[in-house]
Design a protein around this ligand. Structure first.
Ligand code: ATP
Ligand code: MG
Length: 180
């Protein structure tokens, strides 16, 4: 498995299948910057996987972290589909993250694993803590650009306590983009 950024491999830990996510050096980056990006994203991802779990969102459990890699539980399943029930559930998940001050940074169907109707969230390497409406709106827009049935997603996202403010900001951001 290879993501856009990291190399994923399976490892066996006491008979349990785990995933190792390695951030390898990128030749096109200045070496010092490359090092900084890889360690920063690895640390961020490990921290946020844990914080999201505390917020009631299912994520892989982190078993170990070092400078450039994380070993976490393997989640079987498939990526988020387009049916209304799943999209509504994904909207609720994003609302839970935002209500806990977590911005995912790359909330797309590829970073949501569905198994037996349950949703799990992965790939927090671009995530951060923020309670800013603008950050929540950006996070929301990323997902809405990937799906067709936006109303289904938004019906779940209504659980976000800043829903109205986020929706207003979303319209402003979209207007800005249109007239640029
Ligand atoms: N814990 C996990 N269990 C099962 N599959 C996983 C797990 N973590 C990652 N994967 C799989 O590996 C893919 C890439 O992982 P991830 O999204 O974390 O890395 P990435 O390099 O940022 O990828 P991208 O930016 O391309 O989405 C995921 O889309 C998913 O299919
Ligand atoms: Mg990903």
């Amino acid at each position: 498995m290879r993501g856009a950024e990291a190399v994923l491999s399976f490892v066996d830990l006491l008979g349990t299948r785990m995933v190792r996510k390695d951030r390898r050096a990128k030749a096109y980056r200045v070496p010092e910057l490359d090092l900084k990006i890889r360690t920063e994203r690895t640390r961020r991802e490990a921290r946020l996987l844990h914080k999201a779990k505390l917020a009631g969102v299912s994520t892989p459990t982190v078993y170990s972290v070092d400078e450039f890699s994380i070993i976490m539980t393997y989640l079987k399943g498939r990526k988020l589909g387009g049916n209304a029930r799943e999209l509504g559930a994904a909207g609720k998940v994003l609302a839970s993250l935002h209500n806990s001050g977590i911005i995912h940074g790359d909330f797309t169907p590829y970073n949501i694993v569905v198994d037996k109707g349950r949703l799990h969230v992965i790939d927090f390497g671009l995530g951060f803590f923020s309670s800013r409406i603008e950050d929540k709106a950006d996070d929301l827009i990323t997902m809405l650009r990937c799906i067709e049935n936006r109303d289904a997603f938004l019906s779940g996202y209504r659980k976000c306590k800043d829903y109205d403010a986020v929706m207003r900001r979303k319209s402003q951001i979209e207007m800005r983009a249109r007239y640029q």
